[in-house]
Write a protein that binds this ligand. Structure first.
Ligand SMILES: Nc1nc2c(ncn2[C@@H]2O[C@H](COP(=O)(O)OP(=O)(O)OP(=O)(O)O)[C@@H](O)[C@H]2O)c(=O)[nH]1
Ligand SMILES: [Mg+2]
Length: 201
């Protein structure tokens, strides 16, 4: 089976609700803090170096970018949240648009949440997980940048994330998957492919 993001193609970017494409096929959002590695994860899954724009400068992805997949579904690269140096006004506007997209977009069927493996789930990520769990939509947590950890630290990081989730969502945990990931070493790429494939068929 072809990995689901291979041959993904950029369709459009939206900087406001009115610029979103009309809802059609299923959308899978890639979300996470600024600099967590969302765009890099999309590139790794697409087996392309520069499909989604990745940058050392946090807050670089400034719009909601839509990529059409082979299956007809969309992968959606979201601007990061939690980057303090963005002006307060801009930050608030982005948070509101992002929040509206994740809570109101009818075609948004699943979430890929990028968290830094060294940092785990933060207070800024939790509300997003809540929205998806409460609506019974699946969540894949990619604990990324795992290439920066040794084996023991990787194991600890994954256990800490799973323990956090069990504490929060005891009976609902089966809609959440956690995968150790790296866009650099490609750890977890095949596993993420299989989970995304199970969502979009
Ligand atoms: N070592 C390592 N660095 C990574 C990995 N993934 C991303 N990075 C680096 O982290 C930085 C941010 O990556 P992006 O993919 O642009 O992050 P993003 O979440 O899309 O960032 P924003 O769009 O600005 O919110 C870049 O310097 C990447 O090269 C990874 O798996 N390992
Ligand atoms: Mg980005």
């Amino acid at each position: 089976m072809l990995p689901p993001l291979v041959e993904a193609a950029f369709v459009t970017g939206a900087a406001a609700w009115s610029q979103l494409p009309p809802p059609s096929a299923a959308e899978i959002a890639f979300a996470g803090r600024s600099n967590a590695g969302k765009s890099s994860a999309i590139n790794a899954l697409a087996r392309r170096a520069k499909l989604a724009f990745s940058s050392r400068t946090p807050g670089r992805t400034q719009q909601i970018n839509f990529f059409r997949l082979k299956s007809g579904a969309f992968a959606v690269d979201l601007p990061g949240y939690g980057y303090a140096a963005v002006s307060h006004k801009t930050k608030e506007e982005w948070q509101a648009f992002l929040w509206r997209y994740v809570t109101e977009r009818a075609t948004l069927t699943a979430l890929v949440l990028l968290v830094d493996a060294r940092r785990g789930i933060t207070a800024l990520d939790a509300p997003l997980i809540d929205v998806f769990v409460q609506s019974s939509r699946p969540v894949l947590i990619l604990a990324t940048k795992s290439d920066k950890l040794n084996r023991q630290e990787q194991t600890r990081a994954i256990h800490a994330i799973r323990a956090d989730l069990r504490r929060q969502y005891s009976e609902l945990a089966e809609t959440i998957s956690v995968v150790l990931f790296s866009a650099v070493s490609k750890t977890g790429v095949d596993e993420a492919d299989n989970i995304i494939l199970s969502w979009i068929g």
